[in-house]
Each structure stands twice: as structure tokens, then as C-alpha cells.
Write a protein that binds this ligand. Structure first.
Ligand code: HEC
Ligand code: HEC
Length: 285
């Protein structure tokens, strides 16, 4: 019968071509591009973000397999213009695969940028080709070249815009800036008399409390930040709280003379782990 007449390699290629059809690859590239915009522009330490990282890496792997199947076509010189977009994406995917192994921490960011730039340039060239096939600036000697340049320029502009948003939203979020002048009266400290830490000038995001444990277990940071931890340990910052006898005596004297509440002001800087409640006299160290 017809089917039996085909050789096994022939059948396998047909099978692969069916699974790795061009449309599926295109859909994958679109999802990868959209997820990469989210990953680059809105980084956040959330589960959703991690899920998208894994999705991007997983779909990227699948798209990589598609590309390998397409490889012979991509590298054919005859259709260089048709394939240049896929070629760029292929090299972007190669760098992306390398990122699996070298990671994307700060020292590797140049590789990550290379991955983004190659892949986006590829998507821009493919989009330009698509627009050309729809008849937009398709004819003439220069117009197709100008079309490609326009799409690449648009991709670069989007990249620049994304970079601006990332710098503004992410890198500048949670920056701690000291006020240029101290408040004129106690009411001006921190979040004011209604704040949870008043009269301390300590402030937290959304006025939420940080567990005291966080400040008590500085050596928890040592595991990863050994050098910084040692610098801190051998500095006077290590003696900023009740382990400093001058401070301790000052607070004890102060609590005897003016009561407990004002000592919360000192606690905002010296012992934040106790600043979220009034220090009861009975628990004095
Ligand atoms: C499990 C490992 C780990 C532990 C534990 C850890 N960190 Fe980090 N920390 C990191 C990593 C990774 C980075 C990001 C480094 C990078 O982006 O290059 C980082 C970055 C930071 C930064 C930003 C540094 C910069 O230059 O931008 C600060 C501040 C920081 N950590 C403070 C702490 C404190 C305080 C603790 C203890 C409560 C702590 N870390 C515990 C792994 C850790
Ligand atoms: C705005 C933050 C802040 C507040 C509020 C604050 N301190 Fe300090 N305190 C510091 C800093 C920073 C130093 C270290 C200054 C230096 O060494 O030059 C320090 C140093 C000290 C020292 C000297 C410790 C030593 O070993 O030399 C004592 C004692 C002290 N503070 C007591 C207090 C008392 C009591 C209060 C409350 C009435 C208070 N501080 C409020 C930031 C603060």
C-alpha cells in the first residue's frame, strides 16, 4: 500500500514535520517574546515571576528542538533573506542555552543582554518579513531594506523603553533616602503619632512589622554574604544595642526618668528588633 512504500527515514521526517510544524514554532516564538518582555521589564521576587522564568526556559527548550529540526533550511544560503530572522533567533537560542549552564546573575548579564538582543532582532526581522508578505513596503529596491530597518528600530526603541521602566520601577523601588533636615517636632518622626513605631523614625513598607528574629539572626546572612558579615561583626555596628553598656545604661536611666515610651525613639536605630513593642521594665536586659 501507499504507506508501506515509504522508507522509514521518510516517515520519520514526515512525523517530525507534523509535530514541529512552522505555525507551532511561530506561536512559541510569540509566547517567548511576550514572556521575555514581562521578565525583563517587571522583575519581582514572586512565585508568578519564577513560574514565568520556568515557562520561558521550558518553552525555549521546545522551540530550540524545533529550530534544530529546521536547521538545514535555516542555513541554506539561497534563501538567506527569508531565513535571516530565524538565523538570529537560532543564535539567540544558542546563547539562551548557554544561560542554562552559566546562570543569569549579575556577572552574566552581558550574556543575557546578548540573548535578548539577538532574539529580539530575530523577531523584528521576522515581523518585518510578515509585514512584507502582507504587501507593506514590499516593492522596490530600497523599500524592503527600509522596512527591516524600521522594524529593528522599533524593537530597539521598545528595548530602550523597557529599560527605562525597569530602571525606574525596579531599581529605584525601596530605595532608602534620608530626609535632608530632621523634623521640627517629635510628631514629624517616621509615620507620625499614628504610626506603629512612634516615636521612632523607623518606617516599613505598608507599616508592616518585620519579625524581630530577622534582626537577631544576623549570622543567617553569613552563609551567603561572608565578607560583609565579617566586616559588620568586627565593626561598632555589632555593638549598637544592649550589648553596648553605654547604650544600655543610657536607656535604663532614661526609662527610670521619663518612662518607657521615649526610648522607642532610640530603638528605631539601635535595636529595631524591639521597636515594635514597648520594652517592658521587667524584661530589661
Ligand atoms: C541563600 C543566600 C543568601 C542569604 C542567606 C542572604 N542573601 Fe542577600 N543576596 C543573595 C543574593 C544571591 C543576592 C543578589 C546578588 C546579585 O544580584 O548579584 C543578594 C543581595 C543582597 C543585597 C543587595 C546587594 C547589592 O549590592 O545590591 C543585600 C542588601 C542583601 N543581600 C542583604 C542580605 C541580608 C541582610 C541577609 C540576612 C538577613 C541576606 N542578604 C541573606 C543571597 C543571600
Ligand atoms: C537616628 C538614629 C539614632 C537614634 C534615634 C539614636 N541613636 Fe544613638 N547612635 C546612633 C549612631 C549612628 C551612633 C554612632 C555614632 C558614632 O559613633 O559617631 C550612635 C551612638 C550612640 C551611643 C554611643 C555608643 C558607643 O559605643 O560609643 C550611645 C550611648 C547612644 N547612641 C545612645 C542613644 C540613645 C540613649 C538614644 C535615644 C535617646 C539614641 N542613641 C538614639 C544613631 C542613633
Amino acid at each position: 500500500m501507499y504507506m508501506h512504500a515509504r522508507t522509514l527515514p521518510d516517515k520519520m521526517m514526515r512525523f517530525l514535520a507534523n509535530i514541529f510544524g512552522a505555525y507551532k514554532l511561530r506561536a512559541l516564538v510569540i509566547v517567548l517574546a511576550v514572556s521575555s518582555i514581562y521578565l525583563y521589564v517587571f522583575p519581582s521576587p514572586t512565585l508568578v515571576y519564577i513560574a514565568v522564568v520556568l515557562l520561558h526556559a521550558g518553552l525555549g527548550t521546545i522551540a530550540g528542538i524545533f529550530l534544530v529540526v529546521k536547521l538545514r533550511g535555516i542555513f541554506s544560503l539561497r534563501a538567506f533573506q527569508d531565513n535571516s530572522g530565524w538565523l538570529l533567533i537560532f543564535f539567540g537560542a544558542l546563547v539562551g542555552t548557554a544561560l542554562f549552564f552559566i546562570g543569569t546573575s549579575r556577572p552574566q548579564w552581558n550574556w543575557m543582554y546578548a540573548h535578548i538582543a539577538l532574539s529580539f532582532a530575530g523577531v523584528a526581522v521576522l515581523a518585518s518579513r510578515w509585514a512584507g508578505r502582507k504587501g507593506w513596503m514590499a516593492k522596490g529596491h530600497w523599500r524592503p531594506a527600509i522596512r527591516v530597518a524600521l522594524f529593528l528600530g522599533l524593537a530597539a526603541a521598545c528595548g530602550l523603553g523597557g529599560w527605562k521602566i525597569r530602571e525606574g520601577l525596579w531599581l529605584r523601588a525601596y530605595q532608602i533616602v534620608n530626609p535632608s533636615t530632621p523634623p521640627a517636632s517629635m510628631e514629624g518622626e517616621g509615620d507620625g503619632p499614628d504610626g506603629p513605631f512612634f516615636p521612632s523614625s523607623a518606617q516599613t513598607a505598608n507599616q508592616e512589622k518585620i519579625p524581630g528574629k530577622y534582626f537577631m539572626e544576623s549570622n543567617a546572612c553569613e552563609r551567603c554574604h561572608r565578607d560583609i558579615y565579617r566586616q559588620w561583626y568586627s565593626s561598632v555596628h555589632h555593638f549598637s544595642s544592649f550589648n553596648n553598656q553605654w547604650y544600655r545604661k543610657s536607656i535604663e536611666y532614661m526609662q527610670d526618668v521619663v518612662g518607657v515610651k521615649p526610648s522607642k525613639w532610640c530603638a528605631g536605630c539601635h535595636d529595631p528588633s524591639t521597636a515594635d513593642y514597648l520594652i517592658p521594665r521587667s524584661s530589661r536586659l
